[in-house]
Write a protein that binds this ligand. Sequence first.
Ligand code: PGA
Length: 250
Amino acid sequence: MEAMLIVANWKTYVETREEAKKLLASAKRLASVRRVKLVLVPPAPLLGLLAPGNRSKVSFGAQDVSTTTVGNATGEVSAAVLRSIGAKYVIVGHSERRAMGETDAVVAEKVKRVLAEGLTPIVCVGERERDADARYLLGLKQQIGSVFAPLDPKQRLSVIIAYEPLWAIGKQAADSIAASDLGEMVLYIRKVLGNYLPGKAAAKAVVLYGGSVEASNIRGLAGGSNVDGFLVGHASVDPGMFPNLVKALA
Ligand code: PGA
C-alpha cells in the first residue's frame, strides 16, 4: 500500500515562530510513522522560516500562490519564491480563497504557475451544499475540468485533487462526511479525471479529502473510501490531537 499523504493546513491558526517550531518538532517525531507522509503548510513567512535547509522526512507546502511572474506586483508571492525556499507543494483554490473571489480561471492560472516551477499543486474542489438532483456533481466536474483542460498530458499527471465539501469544513468529526459517501465521491472524481488522464493514470491519481478530519474519524474515512490522504485544518495545529491523528493511520 502506498503511503497516505497528510497535508497539515495551518491556515492562519499559527501566528508565532515559537508555535510553528513546536509543531515542526512534533511532526518530525511523527515522520517515522509507517505508511504516512507529512506535508506542513504554514503561513508564507513561517514557511520561509521552517522550510529552507529542511532535511527531514517532513515536506513543506504553501497555502496559496500568485498568478504573476512579473517583478512589479507588490505583496504577491510567486511560485519561484516558494520553490526557492523549499516548498514542494502548493494548495490552490482553497474554498477560503475562493470565498474571497478566486474564480476557476484564477485557480487554473495558479496551477500552471506552480507546475512551471516543478512544484505539486493540491487543487481544492468541493460543493457548498448538496441538492437532491445532485447538480453539485456537475459543479465539481466543472471545477476539475477548468484546471485539467488547459494542461498538457504530462502536467496533468502531477496534479493532486483535494475534495473538500464546504459543509464539512471547520466542524467536528461527527459533522464530517460519511466514509461510504466519501468512497462514492472518490470514485466520481476518478471518473471525471478519466476525461483528462489515461485510465490507469486516473485510477492512480492522488485524491485527498478535507473537512473536519480528526483523530477519531481518520481511520474510518481512510478504510472505507480508497482515498489517498487528507487535508487537515484545525486538527493539524492541535498539539494534543495531531499525533494521535497521524498514528491512527499506522
Ligand atoms: P478543517 O479544515 O480540517 O478544519 O475542517 C480543512 C481545510 O479547510 O482544509
